[in-house]
Write a protein that binds this ligand. Structure first.
Ligand SMILES: [Zn+2]
Length: 399
């Protein structure tokens, strides 16, 4: 049994627990799990229904486990520290980034020690479909209609750390809810989800992405998700499989949606193949969100708003906002992040043009003309009008 004095003096444990809670709040997760395994302790965060291992907390030494649990119990002030063989409920409140955050706790005894689940009671839902598209019903419907198609391919693109994997996880989560069989091939497995079958690529034992994919094609899956096309063999197999009637999701590192289409060609995929099976390409970038605690109306000059593409009507009929700076945002006027999305859908004309050799510029122009290319600029203007971002941020996506 732990000695309370030792634990309280152990600054390392106090710091570790504080960090685990604070980082979870910063990342906007809904739950924190501290799970004892046989030889180590795992911390996992749940973001939009999906578990992942946060950076820096992979395999915490097992000898720290009971100290971590004890520290958490101390923070609640009510949980029994000398009880470790039966479930306990509790609550705790902590000041994180100037804000009082409430957690609800459940501790359960397991064969490897006590496991704790902390639910954060007030979180922003950045990566729900409504969150991604800020409740825009038309965009949410387009997204949903495309991801639930029986066959084809959806690409979730963006630069590193742009939220593309989260957007894909959101889509998977949405589909798994409607009872479809989903298999993922990942390297590494980033998200843990209970309702889907996940496989880890292990090149050294012959479980390459391509091998796993060809095996998966024989399984009765409604949807196959490949974490990223890193080689031609996997990409080709994925495109051929969607041609033969599978729905495939994958991610790609690109700056925008049209670039992703041409990246397929650069990888060696023939235009007739990618041009036939792609259903939707999404691209996400993250932007600084106006702090909701200190946001106030801002009168921008008409010229500066016109310069990024707003019409006279839009300027007249909308209010614009900016953060003044407060304690909660460290006087920056920004708090949290928001996804600025792109969505490219495929029409028959667009497919034909691409297969017949149209270049990036022509594809972009045609897609806009057909009304199937919702761009970063469109989304940034929408989010500026919604008061989620300020003009300075919107400019980064509109010029
Ligand atoms: Zn503020």
């Amino acid at each position: 049994m732990l000695n309370a004095e030792i634990v309280n003096k152990d600054e390392e444990i106090i710091k570790l627990v504080n960090e685990i809670l604070a980082n979870a709040v910063k990342e906007n997760v809904s739950d924190i799990h501290v799970e004892p395994k046989e030889t180590y302790t795992q911390v996992r965060y749940r973001l939009n229904g999906v578990l992942h291992i946060p950076e820096g907390y992979d395999k915490i030494p097992k000898k720290l486990h009971s100290y971590i649990i004890d520290r958490i119990k101390v923070l609640t002030g009510t949980m029994k520290r000398d009880v470790n063989n039966r479930p306990q409920d509790g609550k705790l409140r902590m000041k994180i980034q100037g804000e009082e955050i409430d957690f609800r706790l459940l501790i359960l005894p397991t064969i490897f020690g006590e496991t704790v689940n902390l639910r954060i009671l007030k979180t922003e839902e950045l990566f729900t479909v409504e969150g991604i598209f800020n409740g825009d019903k038309e965009l949410v419907k387009k997204f949903y209609d495309n991801i639930t198609k029986p066959e084809g391919m959806i690409l979730f693109t963006g630069l590193a750390g742009s939220g593309k994997t989260n957007t894909m996880a959101t889509a998977i989560n949405l589909i798994s809810d409607v009872g479809k069989k989903i298999i993922t091939i990942e390297n590494p497995v980033e998200f843990g989800m209970e309702t889907i079958t996940q496989m880890q690529v292990r090149n050294q034992v012959g479980s390459t992405s391509a091998n796993l994919l060809s095996a998966t094609l024989r399984a009765d899956a409604d949807m196959i998700c490949i974490s990223e096309f890193k080689d031609y063999d996997t990409a080709l197999l994925a495109f051929e499989s969607s041609m033969q009637g599978h729905m495939i999701f994958s991610t790609m590192l690109t700056n925008n949606a049209v670039d992703a289409l041409f990246r397929c060609t650069h990888m060696g995929i023939k235009e007739y193949l990618s041009g036939s099976v792609l259903q939707l390409i999404l691209n996400s970038k993250l932007a600084k969100r106006v702090c909701k605690h200190c946001k106030e109306e801002k009168k921008y000059s008409k010229a500066s708003l016109k310069a990024i593409g707003l019409t006279d009507d839009e300027i007249r009929n909308n209010k614009f906002y900016k953060g003044k700076g407060c304690k909660k945002c460290d006087n920056t006027g920004y708090k949290g992040r928001i996804a600025i999305m792109e969505m490219l859908e495929f029409t028959t004309d667009l497919r034909e043009a691409f297969i017949n050799g149209a270049d990036k510029k022509q594809i972009t122009k045609l897609a806009k003309k057909e009304g199937v290319y919702y761009t970063h600029k469109d989304d940034a203007i929408k989010k500026l009008k919604g008061g989620f971002i300020d003009l300075e941020t919107a400019r980064m996506f509109t010029l």
